[in-house]
Design a protein around this ligand. Structure first.
Ligand code: ADP
Ligand code: ZN
Length: 629
């Protein structure tokens, strides 16, 4: 039966990893906690059992946009669902409650603040509640990033119900601490806990250090016309700047940050979701609750404050499981910007001085790990997975490091001179001054600090600046030196520095092989780090691995047009009609009959009834056209 429902309503032939276990747990009446990365398919884990259980399922969700999207998708799949939140007027709210009371909706999304509202409570007590599903369950924990005090009242609500329903909880981010909090604070009873791996195999990870970030972003967009993606910036100012320039350069971009008024934010978000403006430039205020499945790339115009944020933001790419790219464009300034954020963070008013200091200390540590991500030579995917306590296999073949050739070099001499410079200038300066000194630059600062008189001035004039930076960063990772975590970012020696200064230790590191660096016209900006260029052909390779389109590209475009037509008629986002993945699969199967069409992943009976024939027509038409030409 569950298999049947999976196909009929959602159009899928198979469960993904973890889904079936959670569905079975719920159907057996157990509480469950599902920890799965973004895009793994958490919603089906509660939506499917909700359809099979006697009574209503309440889904508690923190964000209005998220509810709206989910309810739209369910309605498209032929499932009656509704949401109850502050976006409804009072008459609308009452109407929805009335219909709910008549048993119209098997699934109702509700905002946590509503739960103990009298009207809602009396409704909930009159009807049979089969399950309470808590989405984004980490919001209950103060250790999580998105703590929502109203989540703490969920158990109280459940306690008020005449009969305790099954309680299921789902999240994409859970360190051990958060996981324990979810179980405790939501009062889960001997829950079935299932955590699938965090790896997102369809995502490519890259780090680049272009001299001109804007040029790099622009080149990227040029190379990926028509694709939808998000560009994250660190500040509102950067968002305005980058989005303005992109629009002037002719890209269909829009923007989002907390400084815009509600109306503009909503409008821009819709433009993005409906693919009217497929490129979104935004601060981290954008994204939670955005379920857009056809996001093909997430570019970071600046490094976020920690790996948690990065993985969450990058993870918004490729939710449909198709290849997608996550590229971080790093610049040294990002560290300083983030340090300032940390020093000035007064977000949580409830913290006393002592706790605040602790939080800041933790934040600095996380920032350091994020910075190392930008400099590591190891597999980037592995680096992230290890951060979350998983072990990868050191080589993924789908990140900028795995695709770069490295060589091992002896940097003892460079290291010695860098440390010597720091020592003789009495550990007073930041990385730029140190590097400029040994490189022999003649900047105003160098003169001001009289670094021309430093014994190491110009001693490494033949080593390119970006290499010096890499060595300095490597020394920091190996704790041969440290950088103060304030806005001055002063380089200091450590207990280990002596090993290098007294010559007792040789230092070797891996760095990217120097290639003939020929910046292609499309690439625009020359990458500062030499040979991180292996990426270019990768998309083709990844696409081929996952069943690439090849000659079907025109068909894909035709189907995409049709999808847009239908989306406009139905006033829903295109990806709600069919995902990119489903369209791709259609191009491979090229179905001509209903039976064939139903074998396509994402096409269920209900959706076939609505649009199946129109898609079949387009496919037949296109086949005829190619036969004739
Ligand atoms: P999450 O909430 O975990 O981030 P979603 O529930 O939004 O993820 O699902 C992500 C995407 O995966 C959606 O497009 C969904 O339709 C698709 N999906 C979910 N389960 C399956 C499945 N068993 N087979 C194929 N696609 C699936
Ligand atoms: Zn890798």
């Amino acid at each position: 039966m569950k298999q049947e429902y999976l196909k009929k309503f959602f159009g899928y032939d198979r469960f993904r990893e973890g889904q079936e276990t959670l569905v079975d747990g719920i159907l057996a009446g157990r509480d469950v906690l599902g920890i799965m990365p973004t895009g793994a398919g958490k919603s089906i884990c509660y939506q499917l059992p909700a359809l099979m259980m006697e009574g209503i399922t309440l889904v508690i969700s923190p964000l209005i946009s998220l509810m709206k999207d989910q309810v739209e998708a369910l309605n498209q799949a032929g499932i009656h669902a509704a949401y109850l939140n502050s976006s409804l007027s009072l008459p609308q709210y009452r109407k929805a409650l009335e219909l709910a009371g008549q048993g119209r909706y098997p699934i109702i999304y509700v905002a946590p603040e509503r739960l103990l509202n009298e009207e809602f409570l009396s409704f909930a007590c009159r009807t049979q509640i089969a399950m309470v599903a808590v989405d984004e369950a980490h919001c209950v924990s103060q250790w999580g990033q998105d703590f929502r005090p109203s989540y703490l009242r969920i158990p109280e609500f459940i306690g008020r119900l005449p009969k305790r329903p099954v309680v299921s909880a789902f999240t994409a981010t859970a360190t051990a601490q958060v996981r324990d909090d979810i179980i405790d604070l939501l009062n889960l009873r001997e829950p079935l806990v299932l955590a699938t791996g965090f790896d997102r195999k369809n995502l490519y990870f890259g780090v680049e250090t272009p001299k001109d970030r804007y040029a790099a972003v622009k080149a990227y967009l040029k190379n990926h016309p028509g694709e939808s993606g998000i560009i994250y910036c660190l500040t509102r100012k950067a968002v305005d700047d980058v989005s303005g320039r992109l629009i002037r350069d002719g890209f269909a971009a829009t923007r989002y940050h907390a400084g815009l008024d509600d109306a503009e934010r909503r409008r821009n978000q819709d433009d993005f979701i409906y693919d009217r403006a497929p490129v979104m430039v935004a601060t981290n205020a954008f994204g939670m609750g955005i379920d857009k499945s056809n996001v093909r790339f997430v570019l970071h115009y600046g490094m976020p404050k920690n790996i948690e944020s990065y993985y969450q933001e990058a993870g918004r790419a490729g939710r449909d499981g198709e290849p997608a790219e996550c590229i971080l464009y790093y610049s040294g300034q990002d560290v300083i910007t983030n340090q300032l954020f940390i020093e000035n963070n007064r977000d949580n008013q409830e913290l006393d001085e002592f706790s605040r200091a602790l939080v800041q200390e933790r934040d600095r540590e996380r920032l350091k790990k994020m910075t190392f991500y930008c400099f590591t030579n190891e597999c980037l995917r592995d680096y992230i997975l290890r951060y979350f306590g998983e072990y990868g296999d050191n080589y993924c073949g789908n990140c900028s490091n795995c695709l770069t050739q490295f060589e091992t070099v002896d940097v003892t001499e460079i290291a010695g001179k860098l440390l010597g410079c720091i020592w003789t200038s009495r550990q007073r300066y930041g990385t730029t001054v140190v590097i400029d000194t040994v490189h022999g630059a003649a900047t105003a600062k160098i003169r001001q600090y009289r670094m021309e008189d430093n014994p190491y001035y110009g001693s490494l004039s033949k080593v390119p600046v970006y290499r010096l930076r890499q060595v300095l960063q490597y020394l920091q990772m190996q704790e041969y030196l440290t950088v103060t975590a304030d806005e001055y970012a002063v380089v200091k020696l450590t207990a280990r520095s002596a090993e290098i200064l007294d010559g007792s230790q040789t230092v070797t590191m891996k760095w990217a092989k120097e290639q003939s660096r020929r910046p292609s016209a499309a690439e625009g900006a020359e990458p500062e780090t030499g040979s991180r260029t292996g990426r270019r052909k990768r998309r083709g390779k990844a696409a081929a691995q996952q069943g690439g389109l090849g000659d079907s590209e025109p068909l894909f475009e035709k189907l995409r047009e049709l999808r847009m037509e239908i989306a406009k008629e139905e006033k829903v986002p295109p990806y709600i009609v069919f995902s990119d993945k489903t369209l791709t699969h259609m191009c491979i199967v090229k179905p001509e009959t209903k039976e064939e069409m139903l074998t396509v992943s994402g096409v269920g009976e209900y959706k076939f009834g609505k649009y199946g024939e129109r898609f079949l027509d387009r496919i037949r038409e296109e086949k005829r056209r190619t036969r004739e030409s």
